[in-house]
Design a protein around this ligand. Sequence first.
Ligand code: HEC
Length: 152
Amino acid sequence: MKTAKKIILWTLVAFALIQLIPIDRVNKPVDSKVNFVQMKQTPEKVSTLLKNACYDCHSDETVYPKYAYVAPISWSVKSHVNDGRQHLNFSVWGNYNKELKENMLDRSIEALKHKTMPLPGYIVYHDEAKLTEAERALLIQYFEEMLKSKTY
Ligand code: HEC
């Protein structure tokens, strides 16, 4: 019993201590000239979907949920945001070259079709990111048209 109490105590201490490790949740300022939805004057319906379903991890406009303030969950959230931005950051779309834009549109279409994006774990806590079939189709169509008309 004594050992069990000690384990609980030290677990609590460790949990309290890891809360002190700082996490950078400050978003970089967004330049409207290179931000995807502003540059492309994306129709409101599409930009709302992108903001609700993709922008938290793929832009510099991340809105951190409450659970993102509790370690160690916060570490996982931040790592997804870093990783997501590294692959695709809609906030700096205008700085991408042609190949990268085509590649990202292609991969976004694939990710939407195969339902690998938005990340399944994220959808659980974000109702607004639970895309319906019609919403997925709308985003796919928007990206496909952009690819076809080369207006990326
Ligand atoms: C909760 C965070 C999160 C959300 C929300 C999210 N993504 Fe991602 N996305 C990631 C992470 C992390 C990666 C990199 C690792 C991976 O490929 O799984 C990624 C990778 C990608 C890639 C690159 C894949 C590749 O093959 O290089 C594309 C394209 C993408 N996401 C599109 C989207 C689109 C479109 C949406 C919205 C419909 C979206 N993502 C929503 C986290 C997210």
